[in-house]
Structure formats: C-alpha cells, structure tokens
Design a protein around this ligand. Structure first.
Ligand code: BGC
Length: 495
C-alpha cells in the first residue's frame, strides 16, 4: 500500500479550488461581451472601453526617430527608437527601478521630477550631440519657441494605468493600479504632469502622445508582424493585465455624448478595454478564500478583480497564501517534517513575498526529485530541506493558479474576437501579447488556446487565431503613436 502523502493530498484539494471549467469559461465570455457593449455606449460598465484617439494601425513602412518613456510597473524605461520603414527598428534604452517611496506617496511631483531627470540623463548619454547643440542654441536665441519647433524630440508616453483620454496627448488619471498610490495625481492630466517636469529641466522634448502599453503592443505587433494581416488585439499579461483592440467607430456611441460631437464614424478606433477591472462585482469571476484575503489586503479592495486573478503581481501572492494555509494546518504537514526550517525572516511571511517568476521556475521543473523547486525554495524563501512531497505540493498549487489565470485570459481574448465577428471571416486573427507570464510561464499561451477551443462559438476555429509575442510595445508602439500624432492622423481635439 502506498504511504499516505498528506501534503500532496492537501495540495490537490486546494488546487481543485482553482479549477475553472468550460461552463465557467463560457459564462465569463457571455458576461464580458455584455460589459464590452455597455462600456462602448455609456460609463458604469466594469469595462471602461476607453477611446484612444488612434485610428489606424501601422503597416511597417513608417519611418523616423522618436523618444519613448514607459511608466507602468516596477521600472521606468527611456528609449529612442529609429523606425526604419521596413518593419524593423533600432532601439536604444535605459531602465531604472522606481523608488518605492515615489510609487506610494502624497504628491506626484517627486515622481514626475524623477522621470524627467531620467530623460535628461538618457539624452546626455545617448543623444549628446543633439542635446548639447540644442541647449547651446537655445541660450543664444533665448527663445523657447524657436528652439521648441526646430529641435524638439517627439515623445510617446507609455503610461499603463487607466486614463480618461480626451485626445492623443491629453488624458486624466482615473485610478492607480499595480501597487501605485499617489492620491493627488488622480484626475490630473498625465501628459501635463510630465511636460511640466520636462520643462522645469528645459529639455528639448514634447510629450506628443499618451499611450497605454496594450495600445503600444498592438501598434508594435502590427508594425513588425509577418504578412499583411493587421493586428486586432494587443494584450499584456505581466505585472498587470489589459487589452486593446480595433473597434468600429460607429459602435463607440458614448463618444457622441460625453466628449462633444461624434467624429466621422466611418472608420476605426483603438479601444483600451481596461479589462483588469472586468466583473468587479464578481458576477462570474471565481472567488476562493485566497482571492478574498488578497483583495482585502491590497491597496485597492474591490477594484481590478480580474487582474487580481490573472496578472503577475498577484499570482505569487495567491500562491503564498495557499502555502501558508497548509503550513499552518497540522494535518497537511506541508514544510512541517523534521529538519525543515522556515526562518521568520523568510519572504514567505511577507505580503507580496512571492514573485511570479517563482511560479515559472517550479512549473518548468521536470526533474524527478524536483530539485529546481527545492533550490528555489531555498534561494528565494530561505526554506531548507524541503522534501520532494513539499515541492510537489507547492508545484501542484502553483500550476492550478496559473492555469486558472490562463483560462481567464482566454475569456477576455475570446470575447473580443467574437465581438468583432472576425472569427467568421477568412482572415487570420492576429493577437500581439507581451508580459512576463506569456514570455516566461511555460505553456501559458497553450492553456489560453485550450480554453478557447472549449468556447462553443470558437471551437475548431481557434486555429485561425495567431497569438505572437510583441516585444517592446511600450517603446516601438509609443514611437509609432508619436509618429501618428505628429502626422495628425488622429480623431478628436489634438493639442
Ligand atoms: C492597468 C492597465 C495596463 C495593465 C498592463 C493595469 O493595471 O490598469 O492600464 O495596461 O495594467 O500593464
């Protein structure tokens, strides 16, 4: 008779709580479709469906040199991008971590001053000729205007938080997500906050376009994607999650009422869904005790409920809570055998102590004694002498949490694909994705595809959907939108 393995059995029980069967996936899709359409016609949907004032996607022939900056997670990135006009580009970048005290703070000023400073450092380092010449000329002429027109760098600002956009380079912050909390920035114009900080340093830079990272991903994928197919969706599955897609303008009926007269509605507009907040009311989302506890301890309880079940910032934290519940359960015996030690200083005991990269590492561990998982437990969490059963138990739960995330991701992608009716045409449906989960979590995209096939309106037609990584959306994509803004190929009141 096999020896009972309490930790593994307890883990299987917990893992089952994360099952998200076909019927639930289908219910999720139906609800997502309803919310999408509500969000296009009025406010109050859990899907904000934000018009981005970007009307076309690139085809690879675009050219020029642009600056782009990216604020949206733990790092701030500054890049310059040379679009070569043949679907290729050259990118120079620098990346710095954002100091924690600027992410959660009483005033936005220090954060934006920090961002402007990084732009200055980047220009000095990588575009020194241009930078020095501009500053010299400016001193000679003494006028800001002349210098502004002649020597200016157009900058695409990738700002990956929900923004109520009113034009290609104007938009007010709706709320912070992903652990940021700076109350006095809410309701303020994001581009102006950055432009003011840039102007304080007298840099030759104009904030030309405001870009969500999903929109950047959509643009970057369309610029670089193989063949003539235009990309339909850009999506991020990283620290946060969200998607943007190309919608028919005539369906965006709320633009006619909220922001003045409706623009010519014969074309398309990229819509930022802000699906991280899908189903905040929990009509259809799964809701384990671990999800509930995580939400209660977050900086924004009741908000971003979809994101809290899908994205990288949260999956590690869900796993941490399940592990602790079994460590405390005397019957489960997880990490309780003789010789196992977990010091009080272990990140297992700190909120957000598990990074999603840990889930990717243990999922990829195919060794017979799960040595990679044991090493990761030691190196990341100071857990010594974990048994193979302990490792298997943790791997089992991690897998279930990530698989549920992938199946939820399929809900969002599938609903958009169905909404646009592209599934019933002969066209390939191109989806550009980016973020740590799709890049590093083994089989994340395969699990998405598996769930897509279970949706009755998709089934075998899943083969028509092409999902490809679009790297550097927040750099190249932002540059492409700065270019679009520059050419005036946008709808609305461009400033
Ligand atoms: C933000 C989105 C963003 C996504 C991915 C979410 O938390 O609300 O605007 O696109 O993260 O970075």
């Amino acid at each position: 008779m096999a020896t009972p393995r309490p930790s593994v059995e307890a883990a299987l029980r917990v893992a089952r709580e994360f099952d998200y069967p076909s019927t639930q996936v289908q219910r999720g899709v139906d609800e997502f479709l309803r919310e999408m359409s509500k969000g296009l016609s009025k406010t109050g949907s859990t899907l904000s469906q934000i018009p981005t004032y970007v009307n076309s996607v690139p085809n690879g022939t675009e050219k020029g040199l642009y600056l782009a900056v990216d604020l949206g997670g733990t790092n701030f990135r500054v890049c310059s991008i040379e679009l070569r006009g043949d679907s290729t580009f050259n990118l120079t970048q620098s990346k710095v971590p954002i100091p924690r005290d600027l992410m959660v703070s009483a005033s936005y000023k220090q954060l934006f001053q920090f961002l402007a400073k990084q732009i200055e450092i980047f220009l000095e380092l990588h575009h020194n000729d241009h930078f020095e010449a501009t500053v010299r000329r400016r001193r000679l002429t003494g006028t800001t205007d002349q210098y502004r027109q002649a020597e200016i760098f157009d900058l695409g600002f990738t700002f990956s938080f929900p923004v109520h956009q009113t034009s290609i380079n104007r938009g007010t912050l709706i709320r912070w997500t992903k652990g940021f909390d700076i109350p006095d920035a809410v309701g303020k114009d994001v581009c102006l906050m950055l432009q003011n900080a840039i102007d304080e340093l007298r840099l030759p830079v104009r904030v030309a376009a405001l870009v969500n990272d999903t929109v950047g991903t959509l643009m970057a994928r369309s610029y670089t994607s193989p063949g003539k197919t235009e990309t339909l969706i850009g999506a991020i599955f990283g620290t946060g999650t969200n998607g943007a897609y190309v919608e028919k303008l005539k369906k965006v009926t709320k633009m006619a009422t909220s922001d003045g007269p409706a623009p010519d509605d014969s074309g398309n507009m990229v819509i930022n869904t802000e699906w991280g907040s899908f189903d905040n009311h929990l009509n259809v989302l799964p809701n384990t005790i671990f999800d509930q506890q995580l939400d209660a301890d977050s900086v924004n309880p009741g908000i971003q409920m979809f994101e809290k079940r899908v994205s990288g910032m949260f999956l590690g934290e869900i796993l941490r809570r399940t592990i602790l519940s079994l460590v405390k359960d005397p019957e489960a015996k997880l990490l309780q055998e003789d010789g196992v030690s977990i010091p009080q200083s272990s990140p297992l005991y700190s909120l957000w102590g598990i990074d999603t990269s840990f889930l990717s590492i243990i999922e990829a561990d195919t060794s017979s004694d799960l040595s990679l998982t044991k090493n990761a437990l030691r190196n990341h969490f100071e857990v010594n002498n974990a048994s193979t059963d302990d490792a298997l138990a943790i791997k089992t739960i991690g897998h279930a949490i990530a698989k549920r995330a992938a199946r939820l991701s399929a809900v969002a992608l599938s609903a958009i694909i169905l909404d646009t009716k592209k599934i019933d045409t002969d066209e390939t449906i191109d989806v550009g994705v980016d973020g740590s989960l799709v890049e590093f979590y083994p089989k994340f995209v395969e699990y998405i595809r598996e769930a897509m096939r279970e949706i009755k309106e998709i089934g075998e037609k899943e083969k028509k959907i092409r999902i490809g990584i679009a790297k550097d959306g927040s750099g190249v994509g932002a540059a492409l939108i700065a270019l679009v803004a520059h050419k005036g190929n946008v709808t609305g009141r461009q400033q």
